[in-house]
Design a protein around this ligand. Structure first.
Ligand SMILES: [Ca+2]
Length: 330
């Protein structure tokens, strides 16, 4: 992750510290977990065909996922619109034979995690209304934590599953974690799942380095020890790897901010200079600050970038779309 430099007067700085799960495994067996993947179930070895394909216990046909118990149905848009893309999964699998819903269905994925890191799992849940019971339940579990979610399909048309977004939070206790979604009822029309994202916080601090004397930028610890202050009320913006604006937040007391970001993407955090105030006596509010410090966490660890003091053109617009992001980070 990169913090773009902006310019103007002097002595403002920002830092980002974050953890994004490492995505590369080198020299390990094929069974070794990788980063979380295919949360929308769009990738599989199944290909086209009918509207529903039942997958039995042990199936790994949906890339990254394993049918952990019972059977599940891999569903395309002929039956109902996916929450994202073209495919979703009905945890109540099958209609006959061994895949008759007699055993509760569930799927799971094991992926790399950082011990002690808290993850937020965001997912869309629906309910297949084509069989009893009317109220579908689904349990989500990971790292010894679980929660159960419900959706009432009463009154749903057969092609409506009532997609609803939920979140589930767990803290990793190992370097890989198995995330499981399990139906609760024995049925051939169960809870439906799509659009799973694993999110981690990206947090940082916007601070004023009042005694910055030039040269390499200084980090928050050094600047605050030298009389600097964290700056609240600053607009901080998040951009994804394509440069698209994602969201914005405002720094809290002490200059802190935090975003939840998808472990499957990389991001840039941008501080909007015109919203940064100075704590300096006699400061002129209309003057723009200049960024003196940032970090780059593209390696998975925040690394100081101290050679961009001064930043770029301070008059550039601070609106989300007015300036191409690559113009800000070169
Ligand atoms: Ca999907």
């Amino acid at each position: 992750m990169r913090i773009p430099s902006r310019s103007g007067r002097s002595r403002l700085a920002a830092s980002v510290t974050t953890l994004i799960a490492a995505a590369t495994v080198i020299g390990l067996a094929l069974a070794a977990p990788s980063a979380f993947q295919n949360g929308s179930f769009e990738t599989s070895t199944i290909g086209g065909g009918g509207s529903v394909l039942s997958l039995a216990t042990g199936s790994t046909q949906i890339t990254g996922w394993t049918v952990a118990q019972g059977s599940v149905d891999y569903v395309n848009t002929v039956d109902w619109a996916a929450a994202d893309g073209s495919y979703s999964v009905d945890l109540g699998g099958g209609s006959s034979g061994s895949q008759n819903g007699a055993t509760i269905g569930g799927i799971s994925q094991t992926f790399l995690t950082t011990v002690g890191q808290t993850y937020t799992v965001q997912f869309d849940m629906g309910g297949n209304p084509r069989n009893t019971p009317a109220i579908k339940h689904m349990t989500v579990s990971a790292a010894g934590t679980s929660a159960t979610y419900a959706i009432d399909t009463t009154g749903f048309a057969s092609n409506n599953v009532g997609w609803t977004t939920y979140t589930f939070t767990f803290t990793a206790t190992a370097t890989s974690t198995t995330l499981a979604f399990t139906d609760v009822e024995k049925t051939t029309a169960g809870a439906v799942l799509d659009n799973v994202h694993v999110l981690v916080p990206v947090s940082g601090k916007v601070f004023e380095d009042v005694n910055y004397g030039g040269g390499a930028g200084r980090n928050a610890t050094t600047a605050l020890a030298a009389g600097g202050t964290g700056r609240s009320g600053v607009r901080v913006e998040l951009y994804d790897s394509t440069g698209a604006f994602v969201s914005a937040t405002t720094t809290a007391a002490g200059g802190t901010y935090s975003f939840n970001v998808d472990v499957a993407d990389t991001y840039t955090v941008r501080v909007v200079n015109s919203t940064v105030t100075s704590g300096r006596s006699g400061a002129v509010a209309t003057l723009l600050p200049v960024q003196t410090y940032r970090t780059n966490a593209s390696s998975g660890t925040a690394v100081a970038v101290t050679d961009h003091v001064g930043g770029e053109t301070p008059t550039w617009s601070v609106t989300a779309t007015a300036v191409p992001l690559d113009a800000l980070v070169r």
